[in-house]
Design a protein around this ligand. Structure first.
Ligand code: DC
Length: 231
């Protein structure tokens, strides 16, 4: 069976990571979290005292760091120069800085090249903002997920509450809206829906309902590939 390249794009808090993990696990595919790569660059920049506006230094940094993914005891890990940074890249400070670092064209060139390398050959689910438009415009299946900022903010709020983190709901929604603005208004590779993407509005859907739709689309693609191979 053909090893598909599956793109999942959409704004923050729409459920991409959860869905991408389940889909890739079920299909036996590689899961590639492209946002984790931009986060790793932001972390490396912070540690070296590089400002997000210093594009020359960021370009050089991208040449010097190695970002990899692996699994340990069932958990996916992000490695920055062999160090497990899976937790360190998820702090609010790094989230904020990542939006600026990801707007730097040199950083995007370097990350897109690495993402293409990691995803070459198919059998991969990539999640991010520009997978179906820039990284793999010829992906076999493209999903674009969306949900209202209120619903995404509320989901994030509940997630943090479960973790025992006290946050303000209105502020969490405002943060989601601010990240949407940064993602959709940057000059290079802004978040846009690919024309041929399957759009799923998850506002009123839970994870199993969204997965059911995604698996149906993937199965259709696999069937279409099989019949074109056998004819
Ligand atoms: O998906 P995430 O929240 O981990 O993404 C972190 C940041 O990186 C966010 O500001 C959007 C940006 N990003 C991007 O510009 N392009 C991607 N392909 C993935 C993420």
């Amino acid at each position: 069976m053909k090893q598909l390249t599956i793109a999942i794009d959409g704004p923050s808090g729409v459920g991409k990571s959860t869905l991408s993990k389940i889909l890739s696990l079920d299909l036996g595919y590689l899961n590639l979290d492209t946002g984790a790569m931009y986060r790793s660059v932001a972390l490396a920049a912070t540690r070296r005292g590089i400002d997000a506006t210093d594009h020359d230094a960021l370009r050089q940094l991208c040449d010097e760091i190695v970002i990899e993914f692996d699994h340990k005891e069932g958990a996916e890990r992000v490695l920055l120069n062999d160090e497990d940074v899976s937790v360190a890249i998820r702090t609010p400070e790094i989230s904020l800085l990542t939006a600026s670092v990801a707007a730097c064209p040199d950083v995007r060139h370097a990350m897109v090249a690495r993402q293409r390398e990691l995803g070459a050959g198919g059998g991969v689910v990539l999640e991010g903002r520009d997978v179906g438009t820039v990284i793999f415009p010829d992906a076999d299946v493209k999903f674009f997920l969306k949900a209202s900022a209120e619903v995404r903010g509320r989901r994030r709020f509940l997630e943090l509450q479960v973790k025992g983190v006290t946050v303000d709901l209105a502020r969490t929604i405002a943060e989601v809206q601010a990240r949407d603005t940064a993602d959709t208004t940057r000059t290079m590779s802004p978040l846009v829906q690919a024309e041929d993407a399957v759009v799923i509005d998850t506002t009123d859907l839970d994870i199993p309902q969204v997965l059911k739709r995604m698996f149906a689309v993937v199965a259709d693609c696999q069937r279409a590939n099989e019949s074109s191979q056998s004819s």
